[in-house]
Design a protein around this ligand. Structure first.
Ligand code: ADP
Ligand code: ASP
Ligand code: MG
Length: 405
């Protein structure tokens, strides 16, 4: 029997009725003749509420205890989903991440999957059982509970599909597939039929959170094609797979936005070897993730260095850099909140020119000021004022005619 892995996200299992809807869909696939592993997320809002609860009892909950707490969200859903299927006459069993053989490293709250050993899953499948697996969680070799970073149920599904060499991996969510931009931001965004791993990865890591970026990285590495579909209808979704020559004909596949960014400028950094290294080593040691970096031209022996980062890490950044800035004899740290990033992504950019010009013209005509620019082989990203991000996404979408097939 072919093995199918399905993943249902938080909204899809957000109420008892929706869990019953998932149970019906799962039974249909099973009755059509597939062995089925179903990965589920916590019911929508549950992970956020658990994080809030933790903050109510502790200013600084430890990552280990956070993982023990957060893993309970998915554990509730596996039991409820298995119960719903059993109540409909099916045969289902719930498995935690550990029982499903998800072995991770020990980096609590953002653990990496080191190995998948789906022995128990295989046994239950061969008994004709539907396995309902808790997404987002795993266990270290020492038996500690870990979680895989926000949105991590996507990663669980892809890792299990790779481990079982499943025929199909289907990610069910609350949209029909991957769109040319988040349909909540650009109302006339269009569903993409096929997208290459690299494009999905760039979109996911620049704000299109329809897929967790680490899960796409994993899918690319282990060559797991998957389909993103809606759990509320039976429409075909978006296939994410290896690049094929035809895919390169489209220059821009999609537009992503990322809000909640901040820009930091260190003024008057001495223009000497090692200065940038001191700054960015201190940030790395503090675990602050830096995105776009720009260094201005040097005037009279010093220069300004600007970088962007998540707004929530501003305090950590300040603690890491206050003393370094003094030690290297730089000026001051200027923080600017209310920044966002807009990215246009497409593998066709490798072989087509003029993409940057078209994007900058559209933003310029729309009165959107570009503060920083960063590029990769298949992406052009600009840093702009957050208040203009929705307008800018619509302008970029329009400039590349993305609403037309
Ligand atoms: P789930 O809980 O099923 O994992 P998510 O909330 O993580 O679902 O992802 C689905 C959401 O992703 C959609 O509701 C949509 O608003 C958002 N999204 C962002 N970018 C895109 C995009 N390019 N295409 C489709 N959805 C997107
Ligand atoms: N429940 C987790 C989260 O909210 C994992 C997931 O939904 O994929 O991030
Ligand atoms: Mg998700």
């Amino acid at each position: 029997m072919p093995i199918v892995v399905q993943k249902y996200g938080g909204t899809s299992v957000g109420t008892p009725e929706r869990i019953q809807n998932v149970a019906r869909r799962v039974l249909e696939t099973h009755n059509a003749g597939s062995s089925l592993v179903v990965v589920v997320s916590a019911m929508s809002g549950v992970t956020d509420s658990l994080i809030k609860l933790a903050r109510q009892v502790s200013g600084r909950p430890t990552d280990r205890e956070l993982d023990v707490l957060l893993a309970t969200g998915e554990q509730t859903t596996i039991a409820l989903t298995a119960m719903a299927i059993n109540a409909m006459g099916g045969k289902a069993i719930s498995l935690t991440g550990a029982q499903a053989g998800i072995i991770t490293d020990g980096i609590h709250t953002k653990a990496k999957i080191a190995n998948v050993s789906p022995r128990q899953i295989r046994k239950h499948l061969s008994d004709g059982c539907i396995c309902i697996v808790a997404g987002f969680q795993g266990q270290t070799l020492q038996g500690q509970i870990t979680t895989l970073g926000r949105g991590g149920s996507d990663l669980t599904a892809i890792a299990i599909a790779a481990g079982l060499k499943a025929q199909n991996c289907e990610i069910y969510t609350d949209v029909d597939g991957v769109y040319t931009c988040d349909p909540r931001i650009v109302p006339n965004a269009r569903k993409i039929e096929v997208i290459a791993y690299d494009e999905m990865l760039e979109m996911a890591s620049s704000g299109s959170k329809v897929m967790q970026s680490r899960s796409v990285e994993f899918a690319k590495k282990f060559k797991v094609p998957f389909e993103v579909r809606s759990s509320f209808n039976t429409n075909r979704g978006t296939i994410v797979k290896e690049e094929t020559p035809g895919l390169e004909n489209v220059v821009v596949r999609g537009v992503s936005i990322e809000r909640g960014q901040a820009k930091v400028t260190i003024t008057n950094v001495p223009d000497k070897p090692g200065a940038a290294s001191r700054i960015f080593t201190a940030l790395a040691e503090a675990g602050v993730i830096i995105d776009v970096i720009v260094q201005n031209i040097s005037t009279s022996g010093s220069t300004d260095i600007s970088f962007t980062m998540n707004r929530d890490e501003l305090e950590k950044m300040g603690q890491a850099l206050d003393s370094v800035v003094k030690e290297i004899g730089a000026g001051k740290i200027v923080k600017q909140d209310g920044i966002a990033k807009l990215s246009v992504v497409g593998i066709g950019m490798r072989s087509h020119s003029g993409v940057a010009a078209r994007l900058f013209e559209a933003l310029g005509k729309g009165g959107v000021n570009i503060q920083m620019i960063s590029t990769s082989e298949i992406k052009i990203a600009v840093i702009i004022e957050e208040a203009k991000i929705v307008e800018a996404a619509n302008l970029a979408h329009e400039a590349f005619n993305l609403s037309q097939a």
